[in-house]
Design a protein around this ligand. Structure first.
Ligand SMILES: NC(=O)c1ccc[n+]([C@@H]2O[C@H](COP(=O)([O-])OP(=O)(O)OC[C@H]3O[C@@H](n4cnc5c(N)ncnc54)[C@H](O)[C@@H]3O)[C@@H](O)[C@H]2O)c1
Length: 239
């Protein structure tokens, strides 16, 4: 019996991180050949050291995957960072830009490098990991204006690319998670109780929860999703 991503060639950025690793595992289980990309070299023969802030680094990685595999069927733009609690009026321009350069410019580099190959093939599916913090809420109590702005940018970028590329066979969508238990939140454990009190499900999501949603959006079953953002937050933004 064939699996949902049988024989597909997929690239994942942020692949050494919590969500990225779960996405790679899920897609491999679903039958894909997965190229794992991260600043911290992912394990295995299909792991590539890539800095998403550097357009050449990303372009070279995708060119290499195409040389090896002949095509790229799907991409997941998952690399991301978050600032510690910083008041907006005290944040430096450099601090703000450094978050934007990974979370927004990095997604631009990733989706457009993959997109050039996909448009040439006439097919492909892209998913970016945005966040509930983009267009759905402003997190409390921590102040993280750069992260929130970067993720709102990702949502707009996804809609824009989806509209530009739809007629040429390439779909672009986003998953917007709420709090997910990964290293990204390692310095914020003292805030967990406050977050849970505000989350109807009273828990965090797991990286596997996100991976399942990514796998769905990438698949042909999600063929009519175009520029959509699937919010999955345990109800955080309901209350
Ligand atoms: N954990 C959450 O609660 C949560 C919620 C919403 C959205 N997200 C998003 O999900 C994505 C994955 O986050 P995570 O929770 O797995 O965090 P994580 O810290 O475990 O993983 C992030 C990965 O991105 C990589 N990375 C950072 N800068 C990079 C760069 N310049 N080039 C290449 N790779 C780089 C890191 O090395 C790391 O492996 C991020 O975009 C994050 O914003 C996470």
């Amino acid at each position: 019996m064939s699996t949902p991503h049988q024989d597909k060639v997929v690239a994942v950025t942020g692949a050494t991180g919590g969500i990225g690793r779960a996405v790679c595992e899920r897609l491999r289980r679903d039958g894909a050949t997965v190229w794992a990309m991260d600043l911290r070299l992912p394990d295995g023969p299909t792991g590539l050291a890539v800095d998403v802030t550097n357009a050449d680094s990303v372009e070279q990685a995708f060119r290499f995957v195409r040389q090896q595999e002949g095509r790229v069927d799907a991409v997941v733009a998952g690399a991301g960072i978050v600032e510690d609690d910083v008041a907006a009026e005290e944040m430096s321009s450099e601090q703000f830009s450094s978050i934007l350069s990974v979370n927004l410019v990095g997604v631009f580099h990733t989706l457009t490098s993959a997109g050039r190959i996909m448009l040439d093939q006439g097919s492909g599916s892209c998913v970016a990991i945005s966040s509930m913090s983009g267009t759905h809420t402003v997190n409390t109590p921590q102040r993280q204006c750069a992260y929130n702005a970067s993720k709102a940018g990702v949502s707009a970028l996804v809609r824009s690319l989806a509209a530009e590329w739809a007629e040429r066979g390439v779909r672009v969508n986003a998953v917007a998670p709420g709090y997910i238990g990964t290293e990204l939140l390692a310095r914020k454990t003292h805030q967990f109780d406050q977050w849970f009190a505000h989350t109807p499900q009273r828990r965090m999501g797991s990286p596997e929860d996100v991976a399942a949603t990514v796998a769905f959006l990438l698949s042909d079953e999600a063929g009519y999703f175009c520029g959509s953002e699937l919010l999955m937050d345990g109800g955080y933004t309901l209350v």
